[in-house]
Design a protein. Structure first.
Length: 277
């Protein structure tokens, strides 16, 4: 529109003043919602790009992870749909905070993540990444099979991946609910491990097999940290929703078949062990 300054496209750059304002507002706000008990912040590099790969239990864990990163001296950055940056008020705000746009309208998913990796590297961003892409559906709340995006994001620009696990946010806002249970205040425990060694994948073509192997290594580290927090041993295999649904259907069919009387036996009266009159 004539006379109006064109909006600068989001590129991961940020306003230090706006970030400082967000810290003033969010630090006490998050602490009012939850207690936090964490360890392993020394594993986060002091500068340079880094990915914090975390399990996902509740939308409330976004706040816990943000304060964890902030307390380690790293401002939390998330990948957000590029369309959010065009919304009045919200778009300029998250743009000034340095959140990274993901251009999902492109058909090439690999290119989308390559662009995100470029922006993260260029801006030395501390990217909080949920490899599962959604809240876990595992009935026991262990991490489920992850998408390969976290490995691609890391290997595209050799960005270190710090595994992070947390436990407790799901008690504040269980998945599928919309009203948080803020009282009594609950404790969210967080643990970060050393960066995952992905050197074995360096220089290899980013095939699906390579990305899947790297992702599995990352998530195995996340699951081990979660096991320490819970005092339990994580499952040997990650939960896969599609496989679980298929197994459930098979079990239901088997149960149904077992509950049906034998057709021939029913016809001649021998199903109950008696001869037909």
């Amino acid at each position: 529109m004539a006379g109006r300054k064109a909006r600068r496209p989001a590129d991961g750059s940020y306003s230090r003043a706006w970030r400082n304002v967000s810290k003033i507002v969010l630090r006490p706000g998050i602490r009012m919602m939850m207690r936090l008990d964490w360890r392993g912040q020394q594993n986060l590099p002091a500068d340079g790009p880094v990915i914090l790969a975390a399990n996902h239990l509740s939308y409330m864990d976004i706040f816990a992870m943000s304060l964890f990163a902030d307390s380690a001296g790293r401002y939390p950055v998330f990948l957000a749909k590029s369309s959010l940056f065009t919304i009045p008020v919200l778009g300029p705000l998250i743009g000034r905070l340095g959140q990274l746009p993901v251009y999902r309208d492109q058909t090439d998913a690999a290119l989308v993540l390559k662009q995100a990796a470029d922006l993260a590297a260029r801006n030395n961003a501390c990217v909080i990444f949920y490899p599962e892409a959604t809240v876990t559906r595992d009935p026991q709340q262990w991490p489920m099979v992850a998408k390969i995006g976290v490995a691609r994001l890391a290997l595209e620009r050799d960005i270190p991946v710090v595994p992070v696990a947390h436990w407790g946010a799901q008690r504040i806002l269980p998945y599928g609910t919309f009203v948080p249970k803020l009282l009594p205040r609950k404790t969210v425990r967080i643990a970060a491990g050393p960066p995952v060694d992905l050197s074995e994948f360096a220089g290899q073509p980013l095939t699906n097999a390579v990305l899947r192997a790297a992702t599995s290594k990352i998530m195995t580290n996340v699951a081990a940290l979660l096991g320490d927090l819970r005092g339990q041993t994580p499952p040997a295999e990650f939960y896969h929703p599609a496989v679980a649904r298929r197994k459930l259907r098979q079990d239901l069919r088997a149960l149904h078949a077992a509950s049906q009387p034998d057709g021939d036996a029913a016809a001649d009266g021998t199903a109950t062990g008696t001869a037909a009159p």
